[in-house]
Design a protein around this ligand. Sequence first.
Ligand code: GLA
Length: 391
Amino acid sequence: MAVSVQELKDKFKELFGGDGEIHAYFAPGRVNLIGEHTDYNGGHVFPCALTIGTYGVIRPRTDRKLRFYSINFSSLGIIETSLDDLVPDEAADWTNYPKGVMWTFEKRGYHLPAGADILIYGDIPAGSGLSSSASLEVLTGLMLRDTFGFDISMVDLALIGQYSENNFNGMNCGIMDQFASAMGKKDCAIFLDTSTLEYEYAPIKLPDAKIVITNSKVKHSLVSSAYNDRRRECETALEDLQKVVDIKTLGDLTEEQFEQYKDAIQDPVCRKRAKHAVYENQRTIRAVQALKANDIETFGKLMNETHVSLRDDFEVSCAETDLLAELAWKVPGVLGSRITGGGFGGCTVSIVKNESVDLFIRSLDKPYKEKTGHKAEFYVVDVGDGAHALD
Ligand code: GLA
């Protein structure tokens, strides 16, 4: 964290004045180890919460005004609106995320009795695909819940965040990011069945290896429309399959069943998308079994298969993340490496033997810079807790 809770509170008082009780909160970003683009297909995911994320300081008001300030977007100054104006608005910029959460609270019958002053600071690298928006949504939900005394579970806060992202901000994401931010647990990944929201924590503190995130520093445009296209293609494939087999989601199929019924999917592109969703779900189940049996080699190989499937069948990788994965695969001591998150840029996640971390960084850094012109960033991951109050 680049700033302390005290500094955040001081900044809050400087901006909004010093009277009244203020409280500070944190919601983490996430990295997904395996199970990509399965969460809107009724499949399994295996993310973990990071120790980087979004911080917030809040104080309720006596009127219906909302005043927002982000240290990351200080040039925008204080953005002022009201509880009577919870509509998406491009000019409202980043505040569309907290506003979306407030709108969802109202829709679900959690009526906000008053407005609030809110200060935000995030230390997730911009555009990295490590879920800065989901963390802001979960953070907002938690701050509202505690400030106004609503009885809402952390899982429901995740669902509220997802609903607001889908219906207020137009990104039809699944539940993974918000769930990881709300429900994360130190040194554990979350094995989540997105069709039932049943979950299990799996210890991920590896004795001989580290989880390393590599930020490609590229974010291709139109990410949310390309993401929504993928989701639609999966839905079309599901509708075709449902004509020949009784399933609720693509996650209901084994690989063998998919091979048996796949010709029912008319469009070859939709067929490829569905293939990824089915195989990736089964890979995720196998990967978690392997991890539980301390077979980290198999876990890593399955991660590599995920990359190939995301590159060739789901087509959400890009030249830069392909290069990072290919360079990683050649480094001795790298057990697995793949693009992580929604795709179209962002980060790769790799499992690297402790003694090979320096070699890994050296082997990717220079060739990546030479071939793409971008300077990759490397973060050795600490797995942290889900969203919580800081005071
Ligand atoms: C984004 C979405 C998630 C999930 C991933 C892909 O991060 O927000 O819901 O679909 O992409 O696994």
